[in-house]
Design a protein around this ligand. Structure first.
Ligand code: ADP
Ligand code: MG
Length: 292
């Protein structure tokens, strides 16, 4: 039988848009020392916009953007949507074939007999390509302003770069502040570049940042925090976050998260407002007080 206090807190939870799938998770939340947030789609809106394009010498910027969009056409990543939206506003997006999603790195496809890659730092590393010096100044500037930088490669050569800005959710700062007030440390994990991650983290007052983490390594970040002897709540929205959600002492799936994320979480927030995590904490503590 479910104890009455649990029934009450579950009802209270539902009223606050919190679905408790595993009541032990809710109970563990009150003893959680660190909340680890996924960045993209969780602390940020996850719907970035294209803010700049730079092509290496001899390339046309609109053409570069069109090629990138062609390669991204079958990707469901928010970055891909932003590239497609921007490219369609400027003109035609050519057809592509052989689309491959390189999880946590980028995409690959062929168009007009050209192999196009679009992706972040992990992609360049994997392909063993470094950024041409002609682009370095622009992209450094972009990163310093907190933009995500993606490179576009044609037939294995860097043809240019795109800047995308993903805005923090207005509620994120408040969520971090409220967790601090309750003595909870706040960390952030992301596949995004170090500079971008640091800019977001500084703006939000986050205590520790794990950047350039490949998706299959996010659960290792959780494990690392646990090794320090802390209970960890992980908050994420995406397919990539599922192993980390499962590994955490409390897995919290946020908003319109993917089915996989929801399946791996013990607690699901109906809205994508990160302040819901604070409510989970409050609820957990309230349940405990009542039980005694
Ligand atoms: P996060 O961990 O911030 O939620 P992801 O794991 O989804 O981000 O992606 C990590 C990084 O991989 C992105 O910041 C980007 O550099 C690259 N990436 C992922 N998907 C794509 C895509 N469709 N197009 C270009 N780059 C991508
Ligand atoms: Mg994400």
């Amino acid at each position: 039988a479910i104890p009455l206090v649990t029934a009450i807190s579950t009802t209270m939870a539902a009223r606050n848009g919190i679905l408790v799938k595993d009541r032990l998770s809710l109970e563990r939340m009150r003893a959680t020392g660190t909340v680890l947030f996924d960045k993209t789609g969780t602390l940020t809106t996850g719907t970035p916009g294209l803010t700049d394009v730079a092509a290496t010498a001899g390339q046309d910027e609109d053409r570069l953007l069109a090629l990138a969009a062609a390669a991204e056409a079958d990707s469901e990543h928010p970055l891909a949507r932003a590239i497609l939206d921007a490219a369609r506003q400027r003109g035609e997006v050519p057809q592509a074939s052989g689309f491959t999603s390189l999880t946590g790195r980028g995409v690959r496809a062929e168009t007009d007999g050209t192999v196009v890659h679009v992706g972040g730092p992990a992609l360049l590393e994997e392909l063993g390509v470094s950024e041409p010096s002609a682009l370095a100044e622009r992209t450094r500037d972009w990163r310093e302003h907190g933009s995500t930088v993606l490179h576009v490669l044609t037939d294995g050569h860097v043809a240019g770069a795109l800047a995308l800005a993903d805005e923090s959710r207005p509620e994120s700062h408040e969520a971090v502040r409220a967790l601090h007030e309750r003595g909870v440390r706040v960390a952030m994990v992301t596949g995004d570049a170090r500079n971008v991650a640091d800019t977001v983290a500084t703006r939000l007052g986050i205590d520790e940042v794990f950047a350039e983490v490949l998706p299959d390594q996010k659960d290792r970040t959780v494990a690392e925090l646990q090794r320090r002897g802390q209970r960890v709540a992980m908050v994420g929205d995406g397919v990539n976050d599922a192993p980390a959600l499962a590994r955490a002492d409390v897995g919290i799936a946020i908003g319109a998260g993917t089915d996989v994320a929801i399946e791996s979480a013990g607690v699901v927030l109906a809205s994508d407002d990160p302040r819901g995590v604070v409510s989970v904490r409050t609820l957990s503590a309230a349940g405990y007080r009542k039980m005694r």
